[in-house]
Ligand binder design. Structure first.
Ligand SMILES: *[C@@H]1O[C@H](CO)[C@@H](O)[C@H](O)[C@H]1NC(C)=O
Ligand SMILES: *[C@@H]1O[C@H](CO)[C@@H](O)[C@H](O)[C@H]1NC(C)=O
Ligand SMILES: *[C@@H]1O[C@H](CO)[C@@H](O)[C@H](O)[C@H]1NC(C)=O
Ligand SMILES: *[C@@H]1O[C@H](CO)[C@@H](O)[C@H](O)[C@H]1NC(C)=O
Ligand SMILES: *[C@@H]1O[C@H](CO)[C@@H](O)[C@H](O)[C@H]1NC(C)=O
Ligand SMILES: *[C@@H]1O[C@H](CO)[C@@H](O)[C@H](O)[C@H]1NC(C)=O
Length: 836
């Protein structure tokens, strides 16, 4: 970037001086010296990314000292109110899309000649309020699209040559000049041919070549500040005015100080050129000057005279000009007027020659507390009266409108906005007879209540009572109204049939819901922002048959599903109603987790929006799944496994407890049974009829008397007989097995099928493997032939047992039973026999 600075100097001295003859040689040296200390010393370029969605980059008030880097696509770049001193050759390269650039209010002293060359698309350029001491035509040589150029308030003394605006073929709005502007020469504006707006600040202009501004035509509006010339150089001021005055041009003269006959003379030029519309802005004027002005424009076709910001040093004595003719005057507008000698101010009675003509009269913000009835009677043509922002009260209003006697009978528009009026019924009485009144603006007054009945002129269409303190409305509001503004009151409801109403403004009240649409069959526009609306829906809007535009933002919306859904479709134009305040004004207030979220961007889930449906569906699904799982588990015998695990865990625990208690005590002493018999209930008869008698009651005459000793009776543990009542069954089984030497399983199909037996089996199985009893603790007795494959697969432990342990089969033939018993007894006695 530093590379560019030497080039910059050379280009800078290419300016041609204002007074070529005298200063040419000095000039280059001067500029060089001036610019040298201003060259900034490199450093990193700041950046600014304060760009919005429309690519408007607002980098104003950023304390920037250099042009910052901004996104390439920016359309508008606002660099106003920074401390930028220089625009280098490549500060703005790559911004071909830039449409608007503002450098207003910086400290710009140096602009590289080709600084703006890449801004092909630039339409607006604002360089006002800077330190540019000279203008360079090269800056603008590539800005063919430029429509608006503002060079005001810079300390250049002339526009320079070659003509700076020559290439700006599209220019429509131009402002130049400042406190230092001394000279305007013919040709300075060459290239500028047609302007909508021209602003020239030339309070210190001392040299003007007649015709300099004469080539611009048509010229929509000209604003001139020519204070110095009006005071000291009447000829120059007249020449300037003469060059820009056309009948269709609106002439605005600023900052004038008109005190003597002399200073008014340039106005003759205006009258001569038949200017019709004229404004004095920031004017201080004496009585004498006003009278002279009236004389100067005598007979001119001036139709509109605007005075904005006038300080009147006199007393309103303008009768000297009574003879003058001002019948073309149609509109007289006075705003921010200050009368220094307000208490000496004469009534305007002497001004009939002026007051009888205008149809429009505005006296705004000028501390008017009364317009005497006699003055009102002079305003015979008046159709439009604006007395807004004054000091009228109910009492002085009565005087101004002659107590409602029908003075100002042609009045169509009456604006009393911003006064100190309090009584609507007084207001009503004063205008009842104004039979042509269509517009009544009584906004920003102190009305706090409304009478029950009123009689308005039947022509009244527009009524504005906004910014008052109304809490209720009554049938006082006429049914003829087409536009009604009641915004910024304290209304809580609105129920009044207004069949002709087209526009209703209710923003800033306390309404909880939209007023029923059936009351306004013709309503097209409704504004109801900043109330306390929680929501509204399609049917609310459908009750308004003709509604087109709605503004309902900035309310405390409850973002329910219905509302969010409705609003999102309304934003997209569904429902035929246009939300003119933009979707970003619609913000959720509740529920809490959505607070502050624009309704348009809320995404509500199905869970929230269809809660009942969601709950029923999910319950249904859960139920079905539950049933399926249960069926599946049942099919897979999972319950059985579960129960088993539980039982086993319990049994394990209590068994451990017992074992600890048993420590140290002789095992034999604890073994109180020879065998625990595990059997199915269906096999109970066999156990009771055969097994128990056979083993517990040894017979005297044993058929099988191979062995002559009478066999010792065995003690058996049967659950039916020996279990302690009240104890948990598994505990019983557990302790029974622990207290028995053997466990005899009576295997039959019944056994295998019975849950009961499964408990025992499984438990004993663990016991058989974990316990101290050893491998022969289990004895299997097969009551009926049962192959291993008959046993369901899940009884894997039983199957394993069957394959590992030997087992006894209950013989089908009677005669072989003796052998069976012997074998069983032998198995039960086991060790005992070996001891013998
Ligand atoms: C740009 O930003 C400044 C402050 O940063 C603010 O005062 C100004 O109003 C903004 N301009 C626009 C047009 O938004
Ligand atoms: C412009 O004129 C005013 C008086 O009207 C004077 O005070 C001021 O210094 C002048 N400015 C320049 C830059 O000549
Ligand atoms: C009004 O004009 C006076 C000079 O007559 C000037 O000093 C003052 O700044 C102007 N006021 C405004 C608001 O332009
Ligand atoms: C004001 O000046 C004009 C022209 O300079 C002159 O004709 C006229 O008589 C003067 N009016 C007064 C009241 O001095
Ligand atoms: C009445 O005056 C106020 C303030 O000057 C203005 O905002 C409003 O638009 C005017 N009303 C009408 C109906 O012209
Ligand atoms: C009603 O008056 C207020 C305050 O003067 C103004 O802002 C508003 O635009 C007016 N309403 C209409 C519909 O003109």
């Amino acid at each position: 970037m530093l590379v560019h600075f030497p080039a910059l100097f050379i280009h800078s001295i290419a300016f041609l001086p204002c007074r070529m003859g005298q200063l040419r040689n000095l000039h280059s040296t001067f500029l060089l010296l001036l610019f040298l200390p201003l060259a900034p010393c490199g450093g990193q370029r700041p950046s600014c990314d304060r760009c919005d969605l429309r690519l408007f980059c607002n980098c104003s008030h950023g304390g920037l000292t250099r042009v910052p880097a901004v996104p390439d696509g920016a359309l508008t770049l606002d660099l106003s109110f920074n401390d930028i001193t220089v625009v280098t050759g490549d500060d703005l390269t790559g911004h071909a899309r830039l449409g608007s650039l503002s450098l207003h209010g910086n400290k710009l002293a140096v602009i590289h000649p080709s600084a703006f060359d890449s801004l092909w698309g630039l339409e607006e350029l604002d360089l006002s309020n800077n330190q540019l001491t000279a203008l360079n035509h090269r800056w603008f040589s590539k800005l063919g699209a430029l429509q608006e150029l503002n060079l005001l308030h810079n300390p250049y003394r002339c526009l320079g040559s070659p003509p700076v605006f020559q290439r700006l073929v599209r220019l429509r709005r131009l402002g130049f000049g400042g406190p230092a502007l001394e000279e305007l020469k013919r040709g300075d504006l060459s290239g500028v041919t047609q302007l909508e707006e021209l602003t020239v600040h030339a309070n210190n202009l001392t040299r003007y070549e007649t015709g300099t501004l004469a080539d611009v035509w048509p010229l929509g509006r000209v604003t001139l500040s020519l204070r110095g010339p009006f005071l000291t150089n009447i000829a120059l001021a007249s020449a300037v005015l003469g060059d820009v005055s056309y009948p269709e041009t609106w002439l605005i003269l600023e900052d004038l100080h008109l005190m003597r006959n002399q200073s008014v003379q340039p106005s003759r030029e205006v009258a001569r050129r038949r200017v019709r519309k004229m404004t004095f802005r920031n004017l201080s004027v004496s009585d004498e000057a006003i009278a002279d002005l009236l004389v100067a424009v005598d007979g001119a076709p001036l139709t509109s005279l605007f005075l904005d910001g006038v300080t009147l040093t006199g007393e309103g004595r303008w009768e000297r000009a009574r003879w003058t003719d001002h019948k073309s005057i149609d509109e007289f507008f006075l705003r921010n007027a200050k009368v220094l000698k307000v208490f000496q101010f004469a009534s305007l009675l002497g001004l009939q020659f002026l007051l009888q003509y205008p149809r429009k009269l505005s006296v705004i913000n000028s501390q008017v507390f009364v317009m005497p009835c006699l003055t009102s009677r002079l305003l015979v043509n008046l159709q439009y009266l604006d007395l807004s922002d004054n000091l009228l009260t109910d009492l002085t209003l009565v005087e101004t409108l002659c107590d409602g006697d029908g003075t100002l009978k042609d009045l169509r528009v009456l604006n009393l906005s911003g006064n100190a009026l309090k009584s609507l019924s007084t207001m009503n009485r004063q205008v009842t007879k104004l039979s042509k009144l269509t517009h009544l603006d009584i906004s920003r007054n102190g009305y706090s209540s409304m009478p029950q009945g009123c009689s308005w002129p039947s022509t009244l269409r527009y009524l504005n009572i906004s910014r008052a303190k109304l809490t209720t409305i009554t049938p006082c509001l006429p049914a003829t109204l087409e536009v009604l503004d009641l915004s910024n009151n304290d209304l809580k409801s609105f129920t009044l049939l207004l069949p002709a109403l087209r526009e209703l403004h209710l923003s800033g009240n306390k309404l909880l819901r939209l007023p029923p649409g059936c009351l306004f069959p013709n309503l097209q526009t409704l504004t109801i922002q900043s109330n306390t609306l929680n929501m509204f829906d399609r049917s609310d809007l459908q009750s308004y048959r003709r509604l087109q535009d709605l503004q309902a933002g900035q309310n405390k919306f409850v973002c329910s599903c219905d509302f969010v859904h409705f609003l999102q479709s309304a934003v997209q134009g569904g429902g035929g109603v246009h939300l003119t305040d933009g979707e970003e004004s619609y913000v959720c207030d509740s529920p809490l987790y959505l607070q502050g979220e624009p309704v348009g961007r809320v995404q509500l889930s199905v869970v929230v929006c269809h809660r009942v449906l969601f709950v029923s569906v999910s319950c249904g699904v859960a139920l079905v799944v539950g049933i399926l799982v249960c069926v599946l588990l049942w099919r897979l015998h999972a319950f059985w496994y579960l129960k088993m695990t539980w039982v086993w865990l319990r049994a394990k625990r209590s068994s451990r407890g017992r074992r600890q208690r048993r420590d140290g005590v002789e095992t034999e002493e604890l073994l109180s049974y020879d065998a625990f018999v595990s059997y199915s209930e269906r096999d109970a008869s066999w156990v009771e009829n055969f097994l128990v008698p056979e083993l517990e009651e040894p017979r005297e005459n044993d058929e099988d008397s191979v062995n002559h000793r009478a066999p010792r009776p065995l003690t058996l543990c049967l659950h039916k007989r020996d279990f302690l009542p009240g104890h948990w069954i598994v505990d019983n089984i557990m302790s029974a097995m622990e207290r028995s030497r053997h466990t005899v399983f009576i295997l039959s199909e019944n056994f295998v099928k019975s849950d009961w037996c499964r408990y025992e089996l499984d438990f004993s199985h663990f016991q058989l493997f974990d316990g101290s009893a050893g491998g022969d603790a289990a004895i299997l007795v097969l009551l009926e032939p049962l192959s291993k494959d008959d046993i369901p697969k899940r009884f894997c432990k039983l199957r394993k047992l069957m394959s590992s342990s030997t087992y006894l089969e209950w013989p089908q033939e009677e005669e072989r039973s003796g052998e069976f018993w012997r074998k069983l007894r032998h198995a039960l006695r086991g060790e005992e026999d070996e001891d013998d």
